[in-house]
Design a protein around this ligand. Structure first.
Ligand code: XMP
Length: 529
């Protein structure tokens, strides 16, 4: 088993980011709720522990806390923000509430001797050699977000950094392996944040960096083979990255014991159904049973005249399950139902780590009721999205599939405002294809967010040739986002927008107007519905 770092969750919004950063250091980690017992922690055998931030104050009665014995386990601990304050509080230091919060980019001055000399840093009047800041810069910008602060360190600790407003921006007792930082090293705004985290997990905790995707795929294939034995596996393949990588892993593990059911609900992007079939179908390079269900008509009939966005989502979801179940019944009882659940789904759904439920994700809990199976297998449950992509490439999936932009489950159903018809689907598919083609030609990196065309429900008057038109307006949308919860409209070069507009109106029948959506998220959502 890999070397592991344990991240204890005290309610911080950046817990996933901390985990992400640790994984970027090729070190495996998992987020667990702060309520896990010391016995569970010992059994987990982490090489290091990170305490996350959180919105509470250590003095409030109902604040999340931990057993002080955690700090005497002989395992290095790094407390971040609330985690730092908790460490101070539990070990006899003083935490106070500041009259005003310290928020945003803040210059950090490191008060130790062994930081890399930097012109004008002037920070090293102290004789102390820090283990945590060893080799980092004497001054750097960090991201702060706190009201409480550590006013006095516990016995045995040394203050290793401060800011204008924060007397203890970092402290440590290296002899006990205890480190605390008030700032957030996990966010990109903290200039030396990643270097600090890397130094903590690799050097201080002594992790060698054994979490690599090629060993993950090899180990997982062997483990799946052992678990599945001669059993049958059923997987719903959407053509998205997660289910495709799950299919590739399972196919390498058990070949034809796997059946993948791909439901084309008629709301996919142009050519997408055929692309999925080219990879996983009989002419593709994977050994599995591939069942494509062309259910377009069924979905269009069910959706006819429905305009309410949530109703559309529900109908698409329910029909999807129904089609899937029909196919499953044809296959008969299976031993395993496989799903492409990934780690953020587990954390967001609050099912694995006991964290807060932010949104209940479609991959978790959205199980068919009438499929006869004994057990669920989720081979990607431990992976972040970029790790899934890397695993996909290692397994030989084409780059175009692995780098695919996220696409909502209800597909173009939430990109057509108002009721859905086959004609509207055709319009949005064609327009979307042209837009993405022009973006590719223009060298726009679409992996930085989502770029697509949607169809507004507006028809307006235009003129083409010598004739009057009364046609639909296509909306082009491009957003830059890393978390898909907040987003900014992409600054797409004018000539790309112009060429896209000209081509869409010229080539797509039924469109006479093209608009670009400038709305950020919030207040707008990424999808139009
Ligand atoms: P919104 O539109 O809420 O989208 O800003 C945020 C992210 O979620 C995707 N999305 C969905 N994904 N089922 C999904 O599987 C849905 O119903 C759904 N609605 C939105 C959207 O593409 C974006 O990445």
């Amino acid at each position: 088993m890999n070397e592991k770092i344990l991240i204890l969750d005290f309610g911080g919004q950046y817990k996933q980011l901390i985990a992400r950063r640790v994984r970027e250091c090729n070190v495996y980690c998992e987020i667990r709720p702060h309520t896990v017992s010391l016995e569970e922690i010992r059994a987990y055998a982490p090489k290091g522990i990170i305490l996350t931030g959180g919105p509470n104050s250590v003095y409030a009665d109902d604040s999340p806390t931990c057993d002080a014995a955690l700090f005497a386990m002989g395992v290095p601990v790094l407390g971040i923000c609330y985690g730092a304050q908790l460490m101070a509080h539990k070990l006899g230091g003083v935490v106070k509430t500041a009259p005003s919060s310290e928020y945003g980019h803040t210059e950090l001055t490191v008060d130790v001797r062994n930081t890399e000399p930097k012109a004008g840093s002037g920070s090293t009047g102290c004789a102390y050699d820090s283990a945590l800041f060893d080799g980092l810069r004497g001054r750097s910008v960090t991201w702060m977000s706190h009201t409480d602060y550590i006013a006095a360190c516990p016995d045995g600790f040394t203050v290793t950094a401060h800011t204008d407003k924060c007397p203890v921006a970092a402290m440590e007792d290296a002899s006990r392996g205890l480190y605390a930082v008030q700032f957030h090293p996990e966010v990109v705004h903290s200039e030396d944040g990643f270097a600090l985290l890397r130094h903590f997990v690799r050097d201080i905790c002594g992790c060698s960096g054994d979490w690599k995707m090629d060993s993950f795929t090899e180990d997982t294939i062997l483990a799946l083979r052992e678990k599945i034995g001669s059993g049958k596996v059923l997987l719903g393949l959407s053509g998205g990255v997660d289910s495709s990588v799950a299919a590739a892993l399972l196919s390498k593990a058990v070949g034809k014991q796997l059946t993948c059911v791909f439901v084309d609900h008629g709301l996919l992007r142009k050519n997408e159904g055929d692309e999925v079939e080219a990879v996983f179908g009989p002419k593709g390079s994977f050994d599995l049973n591939f069942v494509r269900v062309n259910a377009q008509e069924r979905f269009y009939i069910k959706l006819a005249g429905i305009t309410d966005p949530e109703m559309k989502r529900k109908i698409i979801g329910a029909e999807f399950i129904e089609v899937f179940e029909e196919e499953a019944r044809k296959i008969g009882a299976v031993d395993f139902l496989a799903q492409g659940t990934i780690y953020p789904d587990v954390v967001e759904s609050g099912t694995g780590a006991g964290g807060a439920v932010i949104k209940s994700h479609h991959n978790v809990g959205g199980l068919p009721d009438h499929v006869d199976f004994k057990e669920i297998i989720e081979p990607l449950r431990q992976l972040f999205k970029d790790e899934v992509r890397e695993a996909g490439l290692k397994l030989g999936l084409p780059e175009s599939l692995v780098r695919r932009q996220p696409f909502p489950g209800p597909g173009l159903g939430v990109r057509i405002v108002g009721d859905i018809t086959a004609e509207k689907v055709r319009i949005v598919q064609e327009a979307d294809y042209i837009f993405r083609e022009e973006l590719s030609k223009g060298g726009i990196d679409m992996s930085r967010g989502q770029f697509f065309a949607a169809l507004t429900n507006m028809r307006s008057v235009g003129v083409m040739g010598d004739g009057r038109t009364y046609d639909y307006a296509v909306c082009l949308r491009g957003v830059i986002t890393s978390d898909f919860m907040t987003a900014e409209a992409a600054d797409i070069p004018w000539d790309i927008l112009q060429t896209s507009m000209r081509r869409i109106i010229g080539e797509v029948k039924g469109v006479n107007r093209v608009v670009y959506d400038l709305t950020s998220t919030p207040p707008g959502t990424i999808e139009l519905e």
